[in-house]
Design a protein around this ligand. Structure first.
Ligand SMILES: *Cc1c(COP(=O)(O)O)cnc(C)c1O
Length: 399
């Protein structure tokens, strides 16, 4: 590939981005507060119940459960805390292993270590960008054995207790394949649905298929509470235990402070939940806008060869949290040229995360062959994805 060809792919990408988002500077993903945010925040402040008491946390949890179809939602301080508690409730203990994709945000791996357990990294597939079920099944057949109903890693002797697939950039992973693995190998499945609020797998909301699912409401996610997260589950016992553990394991009493085990101060403050209630009202409109933005990008990028725009998997509905370009294998070497050109032009774009098995804190962890994750990590580029961008390009094309 000569230099002028390289320049032209980067230039094509910049031209396509400009056609969709206009020519001003655009961040990767910014929150929008166009509904009752100010109203509910004022109501929360006026009530003085901004912290552990007040009506907004209960309301946010009820509305989250209603939106996702989960029986219960427990709101917490952030998505990492949600994962930590979900893993703990799944029975993850010191020295256990937990299967997670190497292609994920660091929170998934960090939460495993908070339980004293070790992440065990697994490969992804190019279609969903999530865990490759067929490859994982073959790997577990060759690497593990069942001992008294538990899955044991033969080379380390440790129990593989849980499995946390992730719905990458909002695209649902192959849950049928992964749930079958969890069932067949006696591994608890927890979904990291931090990126997939508003994404559906075969008609059901992501995060409701595993024993538990976790969400994040960080500032860059589809909706935000400033910082926040939630645990989804259909299991009432787990839901009330999650509530108990995330609110310092305090026994209910009018004045006495008695705690029956070591708990965590992980509950979501009411003021964050107030913001969340207003954001949830905006969610359906945001999902429509994000889908529209995908269609605008699809029109702009379809003529460019050497890359493709990631679209929702079959029988799935993605929230299109982060719009994503996948370079062809031959174009991988141009990724950084493209990133430089787009960022120079004011369009924030970024590569996928550095793979987890390459990070220093996880250097001692087990991992399977990661050929696909390695290849994806060299070829993925996230491009500006805020829902407001869809409205902008509509205005442009209408005017
Ligand atoms: C955002 C995110 C989380 C949770 O992050 P917090 O910032 O702790 O809310 C977890 N996993 C993935 C894959 C994420 O993208």
């Amino acid at each position: 590939m000569n230099e002028s060809n390289q320049n032209s792919l980067a230039e094509d990408v910049v031209v396509a981005l400009r056609a969709v988002v206009g020519s001003k500077r655009v961040p990767l993903h910014e929150p929008s507060f166009t509904g009752n945010e100010w109203l509910y925040l004022k109501e929360c402040l006026d009530s003085t119940f901004v912290s552990s008491a007040g009506k907004f946390v209960d309301r946010f949890e009820i509305e989250l459960a209603a939106f996702t179809g989960a029986k219960h939602a427990v709101a917490v301080v952030n998505g990492t805390a949600a994962l930590h508690i979900a893993l703990k409730l799944a029975g993850v203990k010191a020295d256990d292993e937990v299967l997670i994709p190497s292609l994920t945000f660091v929170a998934t791996a960090n939460a495993v270590t908070y339980c004293g357990a070790m992440p065990h990294f697994v490969d992804s597939d190019e279609y969903t960008l999530g865990v490759d079920a067929a490859k994982l099944r073959d790997y577990l057949i060759s690497q593990t054995e069942q001992r008294s109903g538990l899955c044991v890693n033969r080379s380390t002797g440790q129990i593989i207790r849980a499995f946390v697939p992730m719905h990458t950039f909002g695209h649902p992973v192959d849950l049928d394949g992964l749930l079958a693995i969890a069932h067949d190998f006696n591994i608890v499945l927890i979904e990291d649905a931090a990126e997939s609020l508003g994404s559906y797998y075969h008609g059901g909301h992501t995060g409701t298929y595993g024993l538990m699912g976790t969400l994040s409401f960080n500032g860059n996610k589809t909706i935000t509470t400033g910082g926040g997260g939630a645990i989804l589950t259909n299991n009432s016992k787990l839901a009330s235990y999650a509530k108990h553990l995330t609110s310092t394991a305090k026994l209910p009493h009018a004045w006495e402070y008695c705690h029956d085990e070591i708990g965590y101060n992980y509950r979501m403050p009411s003021i964050n939940a107030a913001l969340g209630c207003a954001q949830l009202e905006q969610l359906p409109a945001m999902l429509i806008a994000k889908r529209k933005l995908f269609q605008h990008y699809q029109a702009a990028f379809s003529a460019i060869s050497g890359l493709k725009l990631i679209m929702e998997p079959n029988q799935c509905k993605s929230n299109y949290w982060l719009q994503t370009l996948l370079l062809g294998k031959e174009q991988a070497s141009q990724r950084d040229i493209i990133l430089q050109a787009t960022n120079d032009a004011g369009f924030m774009a970024r590569p996928a995360w550095v793979l987890m098995h390459k990070l220093k804190p996880f250097s001692g962890c087990a991992y399977m062959d990661l050929e696909c994750a390695e290849s994806l990590a060299r070829r993925l580029i996230n491009i500006p994805s805020s829902p407001c961008l869809a409205l902008m390009s509509t205005e442009q094309s209408d005017g």
